[in-house]
Design a protein around this ligand. Structure first.
Ligand SMILES: Cc1cc2nc3c(=O)[nH]c(=O)nc-3n(C[C@H](O)[C@H](O)[C@H](O)COP(=O)(O)O)c2cc1C
Ligand code: SF4
Ligand code: SF4
Length: 278
């Protein structure tokens, strides 16, 4: 049941909801109000609710008046450009964890990222305080200490080489190259059965990262941690609550940065295929 309702006192019969429905299941006869044709084809995207200029549509039991207004609320192109160009991989963090409300707001915002066929299958698994992250950190290095001596160094691939180096740095110098001493980790996983599992997870994490900066939170895309969860110690991901039928899209660490960047980096011009004729 998608519970599609049109408030006839508000509807001005503009037809915008009809035109923006991707599976084209909203119809409006001359002089009538919009109606749903094939409910089972609805992908629950809420475009009908979002596009209606008079907030006349409710779907899935959602009150359109409770949506955030968009007009005059978007960041300027300059502030967005600064945000994207000022993003840095943060490798030094303050020890103290973030308030739970901050983490939940970041995740709730990232949850609005697009997903293939609107499946909304991304599961965020986050450590909520520095103590639980510390326990995880110690377990990862302990497990590496058990695993690495049994492997033939002649056959090390890139991942294992990094793991040997990281384990050595941690045990000899107390330097945490894998989690970078961050107070939080984040895994985005998706059911393997959704149409675009990897993409959905990566887009969600990208959204998380962009929003994080606006709240003074630094992030690091973390390939070494991802290897630990998906290749070396999948039982750790399971213990954290990642379901067995999920694929791990990627992992991040995050927290308050202990570094501050004064300016953006300067990259060379991007490779561009700019097609003028075809
Ligand atoms: C990886 C990926 C692939 C997608 N492929 C298509 C596509 O081929 N055609 C299309 O119309 N929409 C496509 N979409 C858009 C989704 O259907 C859309 O994100 C979803 O319905 C939610 O709507 P929203 O992005 O407006 O929130 C894709 C989205 C993602 C993330
Ligand atoms: S939620 Fe999306 S697919 Fe469903 S009726 Fe509205 S616009 Fe169409
Ligand atoms: S977009 Fe809103 S006002 Fe326009 S036809 Fe649909 S329900 Fe009516």
């Amino acid at each position: 049941m998608i519970n599609f309702k049109v408030n006839e006192e508000r509807c001005i019969q503009c037809g915008k909801c009809v035109g923006d429905c991707f599976p084209r299941i909203i119809a409006m006869e001359q002089g009538e109000y919009p109606a749903i044709l094939e409910e089972e084809k609805c992908i629950r995207c809420q475009h009908c609710l979002a596009i209606c200029p008079t907030a006349a549509i409710s779907i899935l039991g959602i009150d359109p008046d409770a949506s955030m207004p968009i007009a005059h609320e978007l960041p300027t192109s300059h502030s967005m450009e600064t945000l994207i160009k000022a993003r840095r991989s943060v490798r030094k963090y303050k020890k103290q964890g973030l308030e739970a409300d901050v983490i939940k707001r970041l995740l709730e915002t990232a949850w609005h990222a697009p997903t293939g066929v609107n499946t909304q299958g991304v599961l965020f698994t986050a450590t909520m305080n520095a103590d639980v992250t510390e326990a995880l950190r110690q377990e990862i290095y302990t497990k590496l200490g058990e695993m690495l001596p049994g492997l033939d160094p002649e056959e090390d691939d890139m991942g294992i080489k990094y793991m040997r180096m990281s384990h050595g740095a941690y045990t000899k110098y107390g330097v945490d190259v894998i989690l970078r001493d961050a107070p939080h980790i984040l895994i985005a996983s998706t059911p393997k059965s959704v149409p675009t599992p990897k993409e959905d997870a990566l887009i969600a994490l990208t959204s998380f990262e962009i929003m994080a900066q606006t709240m003074g939170v630094g992030t690091l895309w973390n390939g070494m941690l991802k290897w630990c969860f998906s290749d070396y110690f999948p039982e750790l991901a399971t213990r954290l609550g990642v379901p067995e039928d999920h694929a791990i899209g990627y992992s991040m660490v995050f927290g308050r940065p202990a570094v501050q960047y004064a300016r953006t980096v300067q990259r060379t011009a991007p490779p561009m295929n700019l097609i003028e004729k075809f």
